[in-house]
Write a protein that binds this ligand. Structure first.
Ligand code: GLU
Length: 503
């Protein structure tokens, strides 16, 4: 007997050697994505709930890569996944590159273990070799479709004499290992989210456990790993609910105590269909590239299925770590509302220190070919636009007039605010502004208001056309502050240019 970080190895397989209550006192959860190339927002939610559950319970958050489907292997997918999780702030405690005693954490590096476990099931008569060809399986599928009853012709392999099985295997006949399902049994378990869930074993296929390429299926690898990694709670999407009875049977066949399960509600499009690419972005990386904040995306997905029990909607990750409990996860599907995500992003932007926004905006300036903008100038821009933008990139796009003279003028605004008498009035205010020795917002304001009073008009009659000349657009931050930031020279140049362009 050999002790390795709380696990005991017996006959080549692992069982938890700690007393059960002690083992359960340390929460161990895992996020177990298949590396498909990008992280789905649903995957981010699963990762987040596992992370939060671990943090809240002072447990361990494991990242395990489920890459046994070699046909779906994507180069660089694991690195991208880890990078994306880190971007979101979800640091794992154990996983690839972070050994914790239960590794390796990449399934393709654990193939020998799965083989050993398949051998155990074969030896105890809980699994069997089947030699059906793809054509056989297709035939079964057609027959099933026609007869509308479950067709399990692959079970004929169970009656095959052991010598014949050995002969076929020795001859290299392609074979899979299937799990024997009991008949006429109800498999019930208490899901933390859904309550008692029951399945009839008669509805379950004899699940393939080992494929003909020697790789395990998801079901076998997932159960073996959850057990070997000491996982206490499996928190995953509802789409895995139908797999759970198979997993529970595997736990029973191996003589292991199963973890507790919590199946998270489906994510839905606004039309309540299953969340799909067709109706918007589903990759976390796409939101990242669009300039969404990790805090906002995390906040948003946290509320897809969980609620704090009151009206609050804006949470930081730290706040979620304190508040998250599985008993506040609902059963019904959660609608992915992109408008709400935009709103949350805006809320998080408003809460960010200007200095952080400065850092976040720099790449967008560079991307637009705008160089040599001093930090102090950019901080002024951020201060004035903070309440008006939703993403860092918009400090540059919405606020382009802070960096470039207008090339054109908003047609609607022109129609509304540029009347035949406007030009002479603007000329008057231009000269008042030109005389200013100091160019503070207050100075500019009093010059504009004094001119308006002298002309016998409201200040607004001057402010709108002035804004049009200075920015080219109808809306923006307070004009006096804006002009003060642009400076006297730029403001005067633009007003003159506007006067000749607008006539
Ligand atoms: N590899 C599965 C996935 O891609 C894991 C499902 C589970 O958590 O059991 O989601």
């Amino acid at each position: 007997m050999e002790f390795v970080s709380g696990f005991r190895y017996i006959c080549g397989f692992t069982i938890l050697s700690l007393p059960r209550d002690h083992a359960l006192s340390t929460v161990r959860v895992r996020f177990a994505p298949s590396p498909t190339g990008y992280l789905h927002v649903g995957g981010l939610r699963t990762a987040l709930y596992n992370y939060l559950f671990a943090r809240r319970n002072k447990g361990v958050f494991v990242l395990r890569i489920e890459d046994t489907d070699r046909s779906r292997y994507v180069e660089g997918a694991v690195e991208n996944l880890i990078r994306t999780l880190r971007w979101a702030g979800l640091e794992f405690d154990e996983g690839p590159g972070k050994e914790g005693g239960a590794g390796p954490y990449i399934q393709s590096e654990r193939i020998a273990t799965y083989r050993t476990h398949v051998e155990m099931l074969l030896a105890s008569g809980k699994a069997y070799y089947a030699f059906d060809t793809p054509e056989d399986l297709e035939g079964m599928r057609k027959k099933q479709e026609k007869l509308q009853v479950a067709v399990r012709d692959y079970r004929r392999a169970m009656d095959m004499p052991a010598e014949e099985v050995q002969r076929k295997l020795a001859a290299g006949t392609p074979a899979v290992v299937r799990m024997k399902m009991p008949s006429g049994e109800t498999i019930a378990f208490e899901d933390i989210v859904r309550g008692v869930v029951e399945f009839s074993s008669d509805g379950l296929d004899d699940q393939v456990l080992l494929k003909s390429d020697g790789y395990p299926t998801y079901h076998l690898a997932n159960v073996v790993d959850d057990h070997q990694m000491g996982i206490t709670h499996v928190i995953r999407g509802e789409e895995w609910l139908p797999s759970t009875p198979k997993h529970l049977l595997l736990y029973r066949y191996f003589g292991w105590e199963p973890p507790r399960f919590a199946h998270l509600p489906l994510l839905l499009n606004p039309d309540r269909s299953k969340l799909s690419k067709r109706q918007g972005d589903v990759a976390v990386e796409e939101y990242r590239n669009k300039g969404f904040f990790p805090e906002a995306l995390v906040n948003f997905v946290a509320l897809l299925g969980w609620n704090p029990g009151d009206e609050r909607e804006i949470f930081t990750l730290e706040e979620l770590e304190k508040e998250f409990t599985l008993d506040r996860v609902g059963k019904s599907g959660a609608v992915f509302n992109a408008d709400k995500l935009n709103w949350m992003n805006t809320e998080h932007l408003r809460h960010k220190p200007d200095a952080e926004l400065l850092e976040l905006t720099r790449p967008f300036l560079a991307g637009s070919g705008i160089t040599d903008v001093p930090d102090s100038y950019m901080l002024d821009v951020i201060r004035l636009l903070k309440e008006r933008v939703e993403r860092p990139g918009e400090f540059v796009t919405t606020g382009i007039y802070f960096f470039r003279d207008p090339e054109s003028y908003d047609e609607q605004a022109k129609k509304k605010h540029w009347k035949p008498e406007t030009a002479s009035r603007v000329r008057q205010v231009l000269s008042a502004i030109g005389d200013l020795a100091s160019f503070s917002p207050g100075d500019i304001e009093s010059a504009v208001r004094t001119t308006a009073t002298a002309l016998g008009i409201g200040a607004g009659t001057l402010i709108h056309p002035l804004r049009l000349t200075v920015t080219g657009v109808a809306l923006g931050p307070g004009l006096f502050e804006l002009m003060a930031v642009l400076g006297k020279e730029t403001s005067l140049r633009r007003i003159e240019k506007g006067l000749s362009a607008l006539g």
